[in-house]
Each structure stands twice: as structure tokens, then as C-alpha cells.
Design a protein around this ligand. Structure first.
Ligand code: AHR
Length: 481
């Protein structure tokens, strides 16, 4: 029998709710159609923002949303997206389509307010100026009677927005300016100086971090700019095959399934390696590791615009979400935020739309199942289980405690198995499950092929519990003292 041992930790970190964060870029149909349809649309909306999508986001208590990119952030000029006259541009990164800027600062803040989530704004370093950034922060956060603030008033918003999270550039080693770490770190130091505090809103400044492989980037940033940052980002995408031919989102065999999981598990090692560098300069772990882009990146769906990054989402993607969130939980002492890419219609989306229709992907349901971990105290979790043919362990687990409830989330990558869970002395237990073959997914015609249900196959025995997990299942157990 497989075994999980759960126990309290010394100085246990809190699992920051922002680990369950999301990302929305001006890319394909993420913003336009996926979120924003305009007030005149026949699709039900409030102030132009889709009602169905907002409701789905609210249901999983989506805590934080990153915007406007991504690569798009480093060519976004915020003034193009405010006021009655919006400037049109070509979105050169993503599909070469016209961006009419009808979704801008006020619309993004309206979205966050409808969802009830925190905004995380990524500013333009690659092609922007310090002044442009400084004025955006002032526009959003200042209460002073300046010309910039008067502009905000004129655009209908009296109170400051008090945005706390600011990303200073994105992938500045690549699409954000092709900079060397030494150069970016100086630019970062300069930009962050003018990302000012207004009132009692002290900005949380996130520096651009590595693509995962580049340890030197982290080393240079920590050596030269640690004291100027609150967070350092890390991007990691799970690509099954190669960047040139990533592999199909839906058409794969069991060997490729396990290969995807193995690649996804690599984020554990990357967090550890980058974290070790951060520890040398920041042993107190004041600076958060911000995994603000992660998830599966497959080939686009045949027949769709290659620049729109639209892909289907199977139970395999759900497994990647489940194991990644378990890993982030287990690194909660350093990882303070993570944002899956991206929230609607792009890459590993939790929501897909087609015209007025909306479906929830298997990945969405993982976020739903894992809600018990948000703001909970991390528990130790030891797993003894068999290895699969490609060397990965067949179970991936994390556990946490909030008040009198312990949440244990288990991803079972293959066959049905019974697991003993030690360290549990609960009076009651309930569970939810998501399962299906790795290739199962939801379509607009059959939206509930993969959807969660209640999980009954768990028994309490005084000092432990036993659960029988069906093959290819993700289970969230809630034990109450
Ligand atoms: O999420 C898609 C793109 O991937 C982002 O724009 C960029 O930051 C990354 O390379």
C-alpha cells in the first residue's frame, strides 16, 4: 500500500493565496472575446465584461490577476488605453492583429473589482520610459491634486486604485529588450526608484527573473539589486517535445503523457536551485519567488491563428496543474505568487469561450479542488510510493491546515491504488475528485466530460485514514478535527 505521512512543521510557512493566481495578456482571445465583449454586446456583460467568465472566476476565489502581459507588456503604452479616444496599434507579438485599446486601465480595474481579486500590473521597461511608468503608478495610486490624477478623475474614477503589485518589465532577457542581466539589473534599479509609495500603499516591486534555465540571471539580480526588490519572477513552461514542435494538446500516447508529467515536475528542481541562490543573498527569505508564468505549452489547435496560442486542455493538463500547485505549496517559504498562463483561451486556460458559450477546462476544476490550501499553514508531507517506468513517483501530494481542517491533495498519475494516510486524527472527512483518462477533455458540445464529483472512498481509523484512488485521479480530502 502507498503511504503518505502528514505532520506539523516548525516555523511552517503560510501558503500565500496568490499561489493560486492567474495571468491575462492581450493575446489571441484572452482579453477580447474571452473577458471583454463591450457594453453593446449581446453576450451578457456588466460594463463590457462577460458575466459568465466573472462568475466562474469568482467561484474559485481567483486571488490575483496579472495584466497586460507577458511580452505585450513591454510594448504597451498605458495612455493609449484611457479616456474616450483610444489609440489603435498593431499587436506585433501576437498575431499582428489590431489592438484598439478598448480594454485599458479602467476596464482592467473594473474586471478585478467584479472578480474580487487583486490586480498585478506589469509595466513596460522594454520600450517604455521611467516617466511613463511613474505616471502610471501616480495615475492609479495617487490622491494628490496633480494633472495626472485629474486625468483619472476626468475618466470617471475619483478614488485611487491602490494597486500593490507591480512587475518591472517582463522577460527582459528576451522579448522585453534582449538585455544582459547586468544591464537589466541597473535598469531595474532605476525604474523601481520611481515606482512610488502613495498614501500608505507601499508598492510590492517584482523584478524580472529567469526563464528557469538561466541561473546566472538570478545570481546577478540577487547580487546587485536584492535590496530594491520584493519579488523576483521565474517563468517555466512544460513543453512535452521541443519548442519547434511542442506536441499536440489532445493527441498523445501514454509515453508522452508521462513525459509531460516528468517535464512539469522539473519546476520543483528549478525552484530549489534558484531558491538556493536567493538564500545566499536573502537568508531571511524576505524576497518572494514569483512564478508568474507557468503551465503547459502545446501546439496550437489545428486551423487556429498560430499567434493566438489557443490549445485544448485535457486531464493531462489537469495533472500538471495539480502537481505544480502541490510543488508551489511545498515551497511556500519562498514562492509567494504563481500565475498560470493564461486565464481564458490562451495556453493552459482554465476557461474557453466560443462566441456566447463558455466551458470550464479540467485545469479549472483543479483550482476549484485546491481552494482549501489558500492562506493555510503548510504541513509536512512524506510520500512512499512506487516509481513509474520513466522514473517519476506515481503520487504527488501536498497538505495544509486551516483552523480545524486539514486539506490533502493527491494526484494519482496512473492505476487505481489504495493509500494509507498517517498523522490524521480527524472526526470527519469529505472529499472531491476529478478523474478521467489523460486524453479526456471538455468541448462546447460536451462540456462535462471531465468535471468534479464527491469522493466517498475514504475511511477513518483513529490515527490514520485510507483512501482508494481511481486511476488518473486528482483528489482533495478535507479532514476535520
Ligand atoms: O504567455 C505567453 C508568453 O510567454 C508571454 O507573453 C511571455 O512572457 C512568455 O514568453
Amino acid at each position: 500500500m502507498d503511504k503518505i505521512t502528514v505532520g506539523r512543521m516548525n516555523n511552517a510557512p503560510k501558503i500565500d493565496r496568490n499561489i493560486y493566481g492567474h495571468f491575462s495578456e492581450h493575446l489571441g482571445h484572452c482579453i477580447y472575446e474571452g473577458i471583454f465583449v463591450g457594453a453593446g454586446s449581446p453576450i451578457p456583460n456588466t460594463n463590457g465584461i462577460r458575466t459568465d467568465v466573472v462568475e466562474a472566476m469568482r467561484k474559485i476565489n481567483l486571488p490575483i490577476l496579472r495584466w497586460p502581459g507577458g511580452c505585450f507588456a513591454d510594448e504597451y503604452h498605458w495612455r493609449d488605453g484611457i479616456g474616450p479616444e483610444r489609440r489603435r496599434m498593431v499587436n506585433t507579438h501576437w498575431g499582428g492583429v489590431v489592438e484598439d485599446n478598448s480594454f485599458g486601465t479602467h476596464e482592467f480595474m473594473e474586471l478585478c473589482s467584479q472578480v474580487g481579486c487583486a490586480p498585478y500590473v506589469n509595466i513596460n521597461v522594454g520600450s517604455g520610459t521611467v516617466r511613463e511608468m511613474a505616471e502610471w503608478v501616480e495615475y492609479m495610486n495617487s490622491d494628490g491634486d496633480s494633472t495626472t490624477v485629474q486625468e483619472r478623475w476626468a475618466n470617471g474614477r475619483k478614488e485611487p486604485y491602490n494597486v500593490r503589485f507591480w512587475g518591472i518589465g517582463n522577460e527582459n532577457w528576451g522579448c522585453g529588450g534582449n538585455m544582459r542581466p547586468e544591464y537589466y539589473s541597473d535598469v531595474y534599479r532605476q525604474f523601481q526608484t520611481y515606482c512610488r509609495t502613495y498614501g500608505d500603499n507601499v508598492p510590492y516591486r517584482i523584478a524580472c527573473g529567469s526563464d528557469g534555465e538561466d541561473l546566472e540571471w538570478t545570481e546577478v539580480m540577487m547580487r546587485t539589486a536584492a535590496k530594491y526588490m520584493d519579488g523576483l519572477s521565474l517563468h517555466y513552461y512544460t513543453v512535452t517535445n521541443t519548442w519547434e514542435d511542442k506536441g499536440s494538446a489532445t493527441d498523445f500516447d501514454d509515453t508522452l503523457y508521462l513525459q509531460t508529467l516528468k517535464k512539469a515536475l522539473r519546476i520543483d528542481e528549478l525552484i530549489t536551485r534558484h531558491g538556493a541562490i536567493m538564500d545566499r543573498f536573502d537568508p531571511e527569505r524576505r524576497i518572494g519567488m514569483i512564478v508568474d508564468e507557468w503551465g503547459c505549452w502545446h501546439n496550437v489547435e489545428p486551423g487556429t491563428n498560430p499567434g493566438f496560442l489557443f490549445q485544448q486542455n485535457t486531464m493531462r493538463d489537469a495533472m500538471v496543474a495539480a502537481l505544480s500547485l502541490n510543488i508551489f505549496n511545498r515551497h511556500a517559504d519562498r514562492v509567494r505568487m504563481a500565475n498560470i498562463a493564461q486565464v481564458v483561451n490562451v495556453l493552459q486556460a482554465i476557461i474557453l469561450t466560443r462566441g456566447g458559450k463558455m466551458i470550464l477546462t479540467p485545469t479549472y476544476h483543479v483550482f476549484d479542488l485546491y481552494q482549501g490550501h489558500m492562506d493555510a499553514e503548510l504541513l509536512n508531507c512524506m510520500v512512499e510510493c512506487a516509481q513509474l517506468e520513466n522514473g517519476i513517483e506515481k503520487l504527488n501530494v501536498s497538505a495544509s491546515r486551516k483552523g480545524d481542517a486539514v486539506t490533502v491533495t493527491i494526484a494519482n498519475f496512473t492505476d487505481k491504488t489504495t493509500v494509507r494516510i498517517d498523522g490524521i486524527t480527524a472526526e470527519r472527512v469529505s472529499g472531491r475528485i476529478l478523474c478521467g483518462t489523460p486524453r479526456a477533455y471538455n468541448t462546447f458540445e460536451q462540456p462535462n466530460t471531465v468535471c468534479p464529483g464527491s469522493f466517498e472512498d475514504v475511511r477513518l481509523f483513529g490515527d490514520h485514514a485510507e483512501a482508494t484512488l481511481p486511476s488518473n485521479s486528482i483528489v482533495a480530502l478535507s479532514f476535520v478535527d
